[in-house]
Design a protein around this ligand. Sequence first.
Ligand SMILES: [Zn+2]
Length: 332
Amino acid sequence: MAEGCVIGVDLGGTKLLAGAVDQDGTVHHRTNRPALGLDQLELVEMVAHAVEGVRRSVGVEVEAVGFGIPCTFDARTGLAVQAVNLPLRDIRFADVMAERLELPVVVDNDANCAVLAEARAGAGAGCSEVVMLTLGTGIGSGMVLRGEVYRGFAGGGAEIGHMVVDMDGRPCQGNCPNTGCLESVASGTALVREVSLAVARRPDTNIGRAMEAGRELTGPMVTEMARAGDPVARAAIETIGRALGVGLANVVNIFCPQVVVIGGGVSAAGDLLLAPAREVMARRALAPGRDEVRIEAAAFGAEAGMLGAAMLARERPSDVPSAAGPAAAGTA
Ligand SMILES: [Zn+2]
């Protein structure tokens, strides 16, 4: 690989994806690791090992590492303050990783990384106003407004997944204290719950038989069954899509973006998810936003967060937590 390589890391609620990215944006030496069931210390160890593995494979000097992690940040202190779906709290993630890896490190919210990649070179290329929702374990979100990633005061902004769409709705998941959040009705977790309820009512389709035979019910499995025509899986994805559409109507009314990019594992369902979402959004949102906005699947699919983290590593902007690396690490 040529010089000028950075490593991008996308840490999700259930897994980590990392890769070395060269100056052309080509990804080399991808690695996947599970992130479930670890405490904070174990999680930090796992992440550091994954990065070191990629670094060894690269064979040339790595300039910096960018991390996208599903946390709110306080940019004034560099603290990763709160994660809904991972055991991270009040940790100076950039400092910890820079000391451990002896490399310059920059950290941002995972969905901020994803929207950066999609707005620069993906489904939102050429647009100044781009909102992205990543539907996975939870719902991450990022916004590019007037061409810049919007992080809110002190860096805690753009948590559209925790926008309330049902005031008296079910409790949200993980560490979120709210009820009726978009995340509680339109995430991968909500999809799995929806299917599990539907299969109990109607066990006589392929998905019910697969579960009966011991196959684990997961988001990818639901998508696969839906694509193959299973009516229970299709109906569940449509339900999630309609709930997503309510969230999109709010997004379109508030921000009037040119494009809303839908990423994360659930977006693999494609138009089975997006068609009902578009239909509900168009019925509920106000003109002109509803008539102009495009609702698109992420061009980079599951790699958007990793690619955006790599872009961040290359640019090292001043408004996100970062740590210098070797010099600072000398005191570790
Ligand atoms: Zn919530």
